[in-house]
Design a protein around this ligand. Structure first.
Ligand SMILES: C[S@@+](CC[C@H](N)C(=O)[O-])C[C@H]1O[C@@H](n2cnc3c(N)ncnc32)[C@H](O)[C@@H]1O
Length: 268
């Protein structure tokens, strides 16, 4: 991206959306994002691979849910447009699927709206996930998503940017209670495994300087609570690369001592 930031966007504060774009090899990032991302790569050398595995998981799950008949996708904390976005994946199987992207970072809106300007079945909305009641009542979202029909709510690689467990619980509870039968909640989340306290602190220090101000690890038990009462699809809560790997991907042993990104897909 040119180093000239669009109006309203501060290029000097690292944005978690642009850092993630950098991990994925994208060009929509500024010097501050690259510097912070490089610092994090020093602490967690596998982060780029983890980001790619997270995207591959998202792709497999959206394909599966579209094949299962889901026609509405609400991608919250969608991030900057990348190589394969949810609407492109869903529309291969279900050209009539409606996709709403939600993010609170204005840079995502600028790029998202440019990408989706002439696609009538997609929409980009600026909103904050920490206010789930507002999201569920948001007119721009309600225009496209009918919550009385099955919808897949994607909370992919973003709940770890909320440090307060009570807020995370409130967000997932609000969706669990509102979603119609046949809906899905899809969550991926950073997990520290057995890394030392020093490494954890070094990683958290990097994210304290960013737009979200924090990153918080949560484990399999925490994720299980977030989908309590829902039917968890096999193979359960596992590192994303171990969740039904594709034919061209290697089988991965589940090892909760390693840091990574955990994934879960749950049905109402
Ligand atoms: C690491 S990116 C994940 C992008 C995409 N979901 C994926 O997994 O490939 C996290 C995104 O969550 C967004 N985000 C963080 N906190 C948010 C909040 N409170 N409300 C809405 N979006 C948020 C960030 O702006 C960023 O775009």
């Amino acid at each position: 991206m040119s180093e000239h930031a669009p109006v309203g966007i501060d290029p000097t504060v690292p944005s978690v959306a642009r850092m993630y774009d950098y991990y994925l090899g994208g060009k929509d990032n500024f010097a501050s994002d690259r510097a912070a991302a490089e610092q994090f790569i020093q602490v967690v050398p596998g982060i780029r691979e983890m980001a790619r595995s997270n995207r591959a998981f998202l792709s497999r799950v959206v394909e599966l849910l579209a094949a299962e008949g889901v026609r509405q996708f609400l991608d919250i904390g969608s991030g900057l447009p990348t190589r394969e976005n949810v609407h492109q994946i869903a529309h291969r199987t279900a050209p009539d699927a409606q996709v709403v992207y939600v993010d609170n970072d204005p840079i995502v809106l600028v790029h998202g709206r440019a990408l989706l300007a002439d696609n009538p079945r997609t929409r980009v909305v600026q909103a904050d996930m920490r206010e789930p009641e507002d999201l569920l009542a948001n007119e721009e979202i309600e225009d496209v998503v009918d919550f009385d029909r099955p919808v897949a709510v994607l909370l992919v690689s973003m709940l770890h940017f909320v440090s307060d467990d009570a807020v995370v619980e409130r967000v997932t509870t609000a969706f669990r209670e509102r979603l119609a039968p046949g809906s899905y909640l899809v969550i991926t989340h950073a997990f520290e495994g057995d890394v030392s306290a020093e490494v954890q602190e070094a990683g958290q220090r990097v994210y304290r300087s960013t737009t979200t101000g924090s990153i918080t690890s949560r484990g399999p038990k925490d994720l299980a609570e977030l989908v309590a009462g829902m039917e968890v699809l096999e193979p359960g809560i596992v590192p994303v690369q171990a969740w039904r790997p594709g034919e061209d991907e290697d089988e991965v042993a589940v090892d909760f001592t390693l840091p990574g990104i955990l994934g879960v897909v749950a049905r109402t």
